[in-house]
Design a protein around this ligand. Structure first.
Ligand SMILES: NC(=O)c1ccc[n+]([C@@H]2O[C@H](COP(=O)([O-])OP(=O)(O)OC[C@H]3O[C@@H](n4cnc5c(N)ncnc54)[C@H](O)[C@@H]3O)[C@@H](O)[C@H]2O)c1
Length: 716
């Protein structure tokens, strides 16, 4: 053994070949953390010192190759500021270059996931052999940064500028075929042949049958395009990448600028340029937010995992009551993920509609070649439509998705409770009504929980699992487990009207309505909020949700929180509902809708809207975008803080993820708590105070005032 450390070992295999193996001690995966980097340096030095080394194969001792850098180390590292990050990158570059410069050919055997820093290490070898089971890629832009361990320098020299721009700016994973086609790997082989293939290749290189020196020289020299060709390649990609990423996501453009500036340089100068631009990306608020989001997502999944482990119960058979928008979506999602589900409605047309929707979604997957026709029919066979309660005694969970009316819901619960086993869970997909209230009158309230899906069910990642006052841990745990099995991210919240997500969404709508009342143009509000980062502004969102639904839910919220959610004026949405303008579903709401070429509803401004709401709005007035943002966001953020105070949601990271996964809170802002941290809680409280005259929704709660006074933050 030439070397053995906590992450790397180097062993002589005979014939001058050394196997450098990455197997991070005490971890299920290999990641490029501080320990691994230090150890990599020591292993490289040991190989450099060893006599008679003729070639190296780089392998992994785990089922993955290298998952990437250790993201948990980023926050601390990036807190060192721009120069600190530059220094860190340069130190990393030195280690990788020392490995690249070993005076022998190197072949990497990529056996599994090889992303980010892992791919960057693989690029230091002259040859890459990939298993058919592996995936490669440079996903760093998803974290608001870009490859900073030489990826932007080596990749364009290996696969050309256009390909490298696509890999780096989109951050997409690449399957073996795509990697081979682009020239990022030299061969793709079956997993069991990988090691032999890498050994054979290194032997050929040693024997001079492969010109490994030429391969290396390419990576040390400037990119092989003349100045004009380079200019053309970068100019066209800048326009595409800039347009796609938009101003809120600066990392892809910084990566491109780095690649452009370094393209004409040799490796070491090019690496210095990469370090400079990488540091610029690393200190942006977007990188801070997106890295925070990644960590929050992991924390949320971990919490859900520990919930799920609290029960031995398995959900093998589900049922959904109601085959409407939500019930149909729930049945589809359950079936796709392998849990058979009975779909019950009181109308056969509704059942047909529900099944048709599922069929349409599956057909699209077949058309796109994602699933086979056979898989489609297997999935569909997992949904059993019915108009009666025939087989309900074998059901492990009933998910209720009938109309949002407590009387109807309670009648349905009373009806089904007598038909199911003692341990069957009854979950309501209510969007606003208190779960504790709905459980009143049930014989087994401990089996009752809320399971709040978002529309469209197959697209939206969040499920709020609501714990009523009497819900048992076992029922909550089993519901969390099912949500995970359905491919969703569950967040357990405590009960109140609107739970967490809708409770904070309605104050945002209230802010919107007040703005309109005071003369703001709803199109200007939408524009300002979309620029802030929301996927759609509040007027458009109302149209998509359905204004009748929104008005109904607002009523429930007003009853639940009369001190701040009961409006003292008639709002524009209520007026439009009065004129049967319910939004997209009726073709008219704030906007008018007509099908586009693909049949999707396309919105256009409608002068009639302004006429209809005239009586409830002040004369038209222009508001600065910052004022619009503040007047919509302050009520929402205040309510998030109240939910944390009241422990409706358990932690800031759960709150942030629920907002991002449930209603599309701008990801580059990281969620409401991250947004507060970034603007400074004291600044936020001052902003809220500025609008105090608009009532209690604008009053910053005690939690925020205390944090403002002590300089507190939600995240370290
Ligand atoms: N639509 C949304 O965006 C959304 C989002 C989250 C939660 N929710 C909630 O989901 C629930 C359902 O909403 P939806 O939008 O799917 O409504 P919907 O009107 O599309 O569907 C309701 C279905 O329930 C059926 N139904 C009525 N009474 C029934 C009974 N006794 N037994 C069986 N079926 C019965 C109706 O025939 C109808 O098909 C509501 O509580 C709603 O608040 C809706």
């Amino acid at each position: 053994m030439l070397y053995s450390g906590p992450a790397f070992s180097a062993a002589a295999l005979g014939d001058g070949i050394v196997e450098l193996k990455f197997d991070l001690a005490g971890d299920s995966v290999n990641k490029m953390n501080a320990t691994a980097l230090r150890d990599f340096d020591a292993a490289t030095q040991a190989i450099a010192r060893a006599p008679d080394v003729k070639g190296v194969i780089l392998t992994s001792g785990k089922p993955v190759f290298i998952v990437g850098a250790d993201i948990t180390e980023f926050t601390g590292m990036f807190a060192a500021g721009e120069q600190g990050v530059v220094d860190f990158c340069l130190a990393g570059h030195k280690l990788f270059a020392a490995f690249e410069d070993l005076p022998v050919p190197k072949v990497v055997a990529i056996n599994g996931v090889c992303l980010g820093g892992g791919m960057e290490l693989a690029l230091c070898c002259e040859y890459r052999v990939m298993s058919t089971a592996a995936t490669v890629g440079l996903p760093e832009v998803k974290l608001g940064i870009f490859p900073g361990l030489g990826g932007t320098v080596r990749l364009p020299r290996v696969i050309g500028i256009d390909n490298a721009v696509e890999w780096i700016a989109t951050g997409s994973d690449k399957k073996p075929d795509a990697a081979l086609k682009d020239g990022a790997v030299d061969a793709v082989v079956a997993p069991e042949q990988l090691r032999d293939a890498a050994l054979a290749m290194v032997k050929e290189a040693i024997a001079g049958k492969l010109d490994w020196k030429a391969k290396r020289a390419e990576k040390l020299a400037p990119v092989k395009l003349n100045a004009i060709e380079q200019m053309m390649a970068f100019t066209s990609s800048m326009a595409v990448v800039g347009g796609k990423a938009g101003p809120n996501y600066p990392a892809p453009m910084l990566a491109l600028r780095s690649m452009q500036e370094s393209a004409t340089k040799g490796r070491d100068d090019a690496l210095a340029i990469e370090a400079k631009y990488f540091a610029k990306a690393a200190v942006t608020p977007q990188a801070n937010a997106l890295i925070g989001l990644f960590l929050a997502d992991q924390a949320v999944k971990k919490t859900a995992g520990s919930w799920a482990r609290k029960t031995a119960k398995e959900i093998n058979q589900a049922a959904v009551l109601g085959a409407g928008i939500m019930g149909g979506g729930i049945a589809y999602q359950s079936a796709v993920k392998g849990t058979p589900i009975i779909m019950k409605d009181i109308r056969s047309e509704a059942l047909d509609l529900g099944l048709n929707e599922a069929g349409k979604l599956l057909s699209k997957q077949v058309e796109k070649g994602r699933i086979t026709a056979e898989a489609m029919s297997t999935t569909l066979s997992r949904i059993r439509p019915t108009l009666n309660y025939g087989d309900f005694k074998d059901v492990d969970i009933i998910i209720e998705a009938v109309v949002e009316n407590p009387k109807v819901k309670k009648a349905v619960f009373a009806e089904v409770e007598g038909l199911v086993r003692e341990d069957t869970i009854i979950a309501s997909n209510t969007s606003t009504i208190s779960v504790t209230y709905l459980a009143e009158g049930l014989k087994r309230p401990q089996n009752f929980v809320g399971m709040h899906f978002f529309n469209p069910v197959h697209m939206m990642p969040l499920v709020e699992v609501i714990r009523g006052r009497q819900s048992s841990d076992d029922a909550v745990a089993a519901t969390v487990k099912l949500s995970q099995k359905m491919g969703k991210t569950p967040v357990v919240v405590n009960d109140c009207p609107g739970f967490f997500v809708n409770r904070v969404l309605f104050p945002y709508f209230a802010g919107f309505h007040m703005l309109l009342r005071d003369g703001a143009d709803f199109q200007a509000v939408d524009k300002a909020m979309e620029k802030f980062g929301w996927p759609m502004g509040p007027a458009y969102l109302m149209d998509v949700v359905g204004m009748d639904t929104a008005v109904h839910a607002a009523g429930v919220m007003a009853e639940g929180f009369p001190d701040r959610m009961k409006p003292d004026f008639q709002n524009t949405t209520a007026v439009l509902v009065g004129h049967k303008r319910y939004g997209q579903k009726t073709g008219k709401g704030y906007y008018s809708y007509a099908p586009d070429k693909k049949g999707k509803p396309k919105k256009s401004p409608d002068p009639e809207t302004y006429e209809l709401v005239k009586g409830v709005v002040a004369e038209g007035k222009q508001f600065a975008p910052e004022e619009i943002v503040a007047r919509c966001m302050v009520p929402m953020v205040n309510e998030v803080a109240r939910c944390l105070e009241e422990k409706i949601v358990a932690s800031p990271h759960e709150a942030d993820m629920a907002l991002i996964y449930g209603i599309g809170f701008p990801p580059f802002r990281g969620g409401a708590c991250r947004y507060l941290d970034q603007m400074g809680v004291a600044n936020f409280v001052a902003l809220a105070d500025k609008y105090a005259s608009f009532g209690k929704l604008y009053e910053a709660p005690k939690l925020l005032r205390d944090m403002a006074a002590s300089g507190g933050k939600f995240f370290g």
